[in-house]
Design a protein around this ligand. Structure first.
Ligand code: ADP
Ligand code: MG
Length: 289
């Protein structure tokens, strides 16, 4: 470096450390050399350094948000085979991955389907894409989260525990209707859903359609009220396909070059069954029957 003396350089290093500007600390010396050599105006040099720090901070923030999201590893949209679930449109999911059209409104996404249909994968992949786009997400197995909330309630801290989840623009409740819930479990879960209503989004995956929820949750009136809130601003994906694992295992057995198994897959886009709000109302009506 020509223009900065060794003393200046040492001062800069110390000051940048004190100011907590680690990204600038890493690059300033090389950039200063380049700026001196190419005769950059001082403002350009400063702006380049600031931009570098901003970009690094953004990258570190996303890294932090990815760590806190507790997403299952490897479940990305790139790794998701959309052909296996023809009722789910890739273009629509890509639009959802941008986040702004629904997370700002606190709208919900509900995915129904049998085990292995790809609900958890798609939910996690969407969560991952949203974090990369700057949103905060938490992926939770519903039973684990319910246990945590029950502990909070015993400690008289349920409200604050639910409040802490507000920082997440999207809360993914995986396997909501997986095991039968008792009254205490149901009530913390329903308090959580009620607290987020029209403010913060939920993505719910469930093996059982609404019609079966009456068997899973003990309190019918409470269940109706919660379903009502969940579906009010919701899009529902009915992923009624054969288990992906089973399907791929069968395909492997058949060997390459054979047609896919998709007996129950319908390639006709007209048959796609993704319900928006109107669909939600249909599902709700189904629940009420
Ligand atoms: P579900 O939550 O509906 O029970 P999962 O998402 O756990 O199903 O899927 C089971 C396994 O199959 C996972 O390893 C998942 O990554 C894989 N899988 C399911 N559907 C797809 C798909 N369409 N493309 C790629 N992998 C899939
Ligand atoms: Mg699952």
């Amino acid at each position: 470096m020509k223009s900065a003396t060794a003393v200046d350089a040492a001062r800069v290093e110390l000051l940048l450390a004190e100011l907590r500007l680690p990204a600038i600390k890493l690059v300033w010396c090389d950039l200063a050399t380049q700026a001196d050599k190419e005769g950059w105006p001082a403002a350009r040099f400063l702006a380049t350094l600031a931009e570098h720090e901003m970009a690094e901070r953004g990258r570190r923030r996303i890294e932090r948000h990815l760590a806190e999201a507790r997403l299952p590893p490897g479940k990305t949209l790139d790794a998701f085979d959309f052909e296996a679930v023809p009722m789910v449109s890739k273009a629509q999911i890509m639009a959802w991955a941008a986040g702004d059209s629904w997370l700002e409104k606190g709208a919900n996404l509900i995915m129904f389907g049998p085990p292995g249909a790809g609900k958890s994968h798609l939910a996690a992949a969407l969560g991952f894409a949203l974090v990369e786009n700057g949103w905060r997400v938490l992926f939770a197995r519903t039973t684990d989260l319910v246990q945590r909330l029950q502990i909070a309630r015993r400690e008289l801290a349920l409200e604050s525990a639910i409040g802490k989840l507000d920082k997440y623009h999207l809360l993914i409740l995986d396997d909501l209707a997986y095991v039968t819930k008792d009254q205490a479990e149901t009530s913390v879960l329903f308090e959580l859903i009620g607290a987020r209503y029209e403010r913060r989004s939920l993505l719910v995956t469930a093996n059982q359609p609404f019609g079966e929820w009456g068997k899973i949750f003990p309190d019918q009136a409470m269940t109706l009220a919660v379903v009502d809130r969940l579906v009010h601003h919701a899009t529902i994906f009915e992923m009624n396909v054969e288990s992906y694992r089973r399907r791929t295992a069968l395909e492997r057995k058949r060997g390459p070059g054979r047609p896919p198994t998709g007996d129950n897959l319908d390639e006709n886009p007209a048959s796609r069954r993704c319900h928006d709000r109107e669909g939600a109302i249909v599902a709700q009506a189904h629940f009420w029957c």
